[in-house]
Design a protein around this ligand. Structure first.
Ligand SMILES: Cc1cc2nc3c(=O)[nH]c(=O)nc-3n(C[C@H](O)[C@H](O)[C@H](O)COP(=O)(O)OP(=O)(O)OC[C@H]3O[C@@H](n4cnc5c(N)ncnc54)[C@H](O)[C@@H]3O)c2cc1C
Ligand SMILES: *[C@@H]1O[C@H](CO)[C@@H](O)[C@H](O)[C@H]1NC(C)=O
Ligand SMILES: *[C@@H]1O[C@H](CO)[C@@H](O)[C@H](O)[C@H]1NC(C)=O
Ligand SMILES: *[C@@H]1O[C@H](CO)[C@@H](O)[C@H](O)[C@H]1NC(C)=O
Ligand SMILES: *[C@@H]1O[C@H](CO)[C@@H](O)[C@H](O)[C@H]1NC(C)=O
Ligand SMILES: *[C@@H]1O[C@H](CO)[C@@H](O)[C@H](O)[C@H]1NC(C)=O
Ligand SMILES: *[C@@H]1O[C@H](CO)[C@@H](O)[C@H](O)[C@H]1NC(C)=O
Ligand SMILES: *[C@@H]1O[C@H](CO)[C@@H](O)[C@H](O)[C@H]1NC(C)=O
Ligand SMILES: *[C@@H]1O[C@H](CO)[C@@H](O)[C@H](O)[C@H]1NC(C)=O
Length: 512
């Protein structure tokens, strides 16, 4: 793995994309640039990016360059950067102003090196592909990122990124040690040449405000060769409320090797009556003989038995929680997402246990028609999340949080009318939850992007105000530092979207 040193800066004039192909215009160092994009992969089966890059020597260069620049000036065309395409509000491929998509899907090389303890991962790779490459090398190496294998590392790492290793190892972004980014001037920068402020910003502050991230260097983590998982369901008739209540008091205090998330859904009881079901999903970094007594001691209400548990390797636990139990790990290489219709999501952080009476009101909402496929997922915090300071990365949700909630509602078909009804349902649930969750700000997770919490204006320019509501919800006081970094690296606000970090002086722009 050989990467460019800080002195290797490639002065790109611009990079653009027309319809579906990548177009990059370079002044020089073309070969170095290509080499960098390939970064010495052992795998030759890669698409050749040189075919979609336009250099100054290319006869089409001027027309392509000017075409875009003219559009940019006249129509305020926006650039949208897409890696895995999993943005909850589709900001990587939808805009209400003219835009081009820089699609990084084919920049998806992964190379594991440094005694297999580090990896360079190009932005268009998925986390499933990364997990696959790690498992190929070792049974005891792992990486703490998300659950759904088709999520792209470009958006995921730049917004935080977490999964079942959260309490032991923190976020994906916490393990990024270097990155390659093209800034607004077309310079290719690594950690050293971009400086610590920008390097800080892209590890949780979202990439899309700052440049195009081409690749990440990450440190892998070590896990035991045998882990234990379980999935246990309890309906209201099986004391779900009591168990959920108790879970709130222990989930963040358990040993960090033990991660138990839970989710609430509507369900049929064995008698056929509609009920609410709590599902407890656990990953334990150890064997079943340690887990069962630990559970009996800390959450006896769940009544966990050895028969509920399965011992497996880390990569098998990835398949298990992704819904591919028993399948070959090759499924992790697929980019085809499991289909689940349309959804709207929101997030909350919980600092005090929620009273049982509030849960009863939540259940009533789950019995409404729109909630047939609704789910509330509770993600336990604590462990290493308590030890990382709020300002270490832009992701501020650390000590003081018992758990995070992801509220989700799914529906299929039904056009605008169905969309409106379901979105209203989740908005009502979200307002109902207000007294029970974090306040001032009511915090939210950037990777669960929610445009309801606020947006920049739709002219393509951003008005900076101290009171930018969405910015403080995602980043708390780190928002101020993000604005500072943005002002340094992209004062003209070239990289922008509905929820991009605004530079300080953009209010002076014409047309705002
Ligand atoms: C089914 C599903 C499951 C999920 N599970 C989890 C989970 O378990 N844990 C978790 O933390 N999150 C999860 N998420 C949320 C996920 O982390 C975010 O949606 C993430 O931003 C997706 O990254 P992407 O590259 O796939 O998306 P994209 O839509 O490509 O990008 C998301 C945002 O990042 C920007 N961006 C993308 N690539 C780059 C780049 N190379 N340079 C600069 N900016 C870039 C885009 O412009 C956009 O603003 C899930 C999402 C879905 C849809
Ligand atoms: C462009 O062509 C000139 C002369 O043929 C060559 O020296 C230069 O390296 C080329 N530049 C690029 C970016 O390919
Ligand atoms: C990659 O290409 C090189 C040179 O063309 C060749 O020697 C090597 O065998 C190829 N490797 C694979 C894995 O195909
Ligand atoms: C990509 O294509 C260029 C030009 O066609 C060629 O010079 C180069 O060797 C190719 N690189 C790879 C890795 O196939
Ligand atoms: C210009 O670049 C495009 C895209 O890489 C390529 O298809 C075309 O052959 C190039 N034309 C010339 C004259 O180099
Ligand atoms: C990615 O590569 C595939 C295979 O070469 C190609 O069909 C597709 O058009 C490429 N996509 C983009 C966005 O470049
Ligand atoms: C790295 O992985 C390779 C398998 O690809 C293996 O042969 C080698 O022993 C591993 N090195 C270490 C230090 O684990
Ligand atoms: C529910 O809790 C009560 C009281 O703690 C207990 O007696 C009962 O057995 C539990 N029911 C189930 C199904 O676990
Ligand atoms: C519950 O039962 C009803 C009636 O039998 C059925 O239509 C519905 O699909 C069931 N729902 C679930 C979640 O199993």
């Amino acid at each position: 793995m050989k990467f460019p040193s800080s002195s290797t800066i490639f002065p790109l004039l611009s990079f653009l994309l027309l319809s579906s192909f990548q177009t990059v215009t370079l002044a020089d160092s073309y070969q170095n640039f290509l080499q960098c994009l390939y970064f010495h992969s052992e795998n030759n089966a890669t698409s050749n990016i040189s075919q979609v890059i336009y250099t100054q020597n290319n006869s089409s260069f001027s027309s392509i360059l000017e075409f875009s620049i003219r559009n940019f000036r006249k129509h305020g065309i926006q650039i949208r950067i897409r890696s895995g395409g999993h943005d909850y509000e589709a900001l990587s491929y939808v805009s209400d102003v003219p835009f081009v998509i820089l699609d990084l899907i084919n920049l998806s090389e992964i190379s594991i090196g440094g005694e297999n303890k580090t990896a360079w991962v190009q932005s268009g790779a998925t986390i499933g592909q990364l997990y696959y490459r790690i498992a190929e090398k070792s049974k005891t190496l792992a990486f703490p990122a998300g659950v759904c294998p088709t999520v792209g590392v470009g958006g995921h790492f730049s917004g935080g990124g977490y999964g079942f290793l959260l309490r032991k190892f923190g976020l994906a972004a916490d393990h990024v040690v270097d990155a390659l980014l093209i800034d607004v001037k077309g310079q290719l920068l690594d950690r050293k040449s971009m400086g610590e402020d920008l390097f800080w910003a892209i590890r949780g502050g979202g990439g899309a405000s700052f440049g195009v991230i081409l690749a990440w260097k990450i440190n892998l983590v070590t896990v035991p060769s045998t882990l234990t998982v379980f999935t246990v369901h309890r309906t209201l008739e099986q004391n779900a409320t009591k168990i959920v209540d108790k879970w709130q008091y222990v989930a963040d205090k358990l040993p960090e090797d033990l991660y138990i998330r839970l989710y609430l859904t509507r369900s049929n009881s064995s008698s056929g009556r509609t009920t609410i079901r709590a599902t407890f999903e656990c990953l334990f970094l150890g064997g079943v003989d340690f887990l069962v007594p630990l559970m009996q001691q800390s959450l006896p209400e769940l009544g966990l038995e050895k028969a509920d548990c399965i011992e497996m390797s880390w990569i098998d636990s990835i398949l298990y929680f992704a819904g591919f139990q028993g399948e070959s790990m090759d499924v992790l290489l697929s980019r085809t997402p499991t289909s689940f219709g349309t959804f709207k999501a929101k997030s909350d952080y919980v600092k005090e246990p929620i009273p049982e009476t509030a849960f009863e009101e939540v259940y009533e909402r789950f019995y409404e028609q729109e909630a047939e496929s609704a789910v509330m997922i509770f993600i336990p915090y604590g462990g290493i999340m308590n030890e990382i300071s709020e300002s270490e990365t832009p992701f501020p949700h650390r000590a003081g949080n018992i758990y995070k909630i992801q509220h989700l509602v799914y529906w299929q078909g039904g056009g605008d009318e169905a969309a409106e009804r379901h979105i209203n349902w989740i908005r009502r649930l979200y307002s109902y939850m207000a007294p029970f969750v974090s306040k001032n700000p009511r915090a939210a997770y950037m990777n669960y992007r929610d445009l309801d919490i606020g947006t920049n204006n739709n002219k393509g320019y951003t008005r900076f105000t101290q009171g930018s509501v969405w910015g403080f919800k995602y980043f708390k006081n780190n928002f101020n530092r993000l604005v500072h970094v943005k002002t340094m690296v992209d004062p003209g606000n070239f990289f922008r979207n509905e929820q991009s970090i605004p530079p300080l002086y953009s209010r002076k722009k014409k047309g705002d």
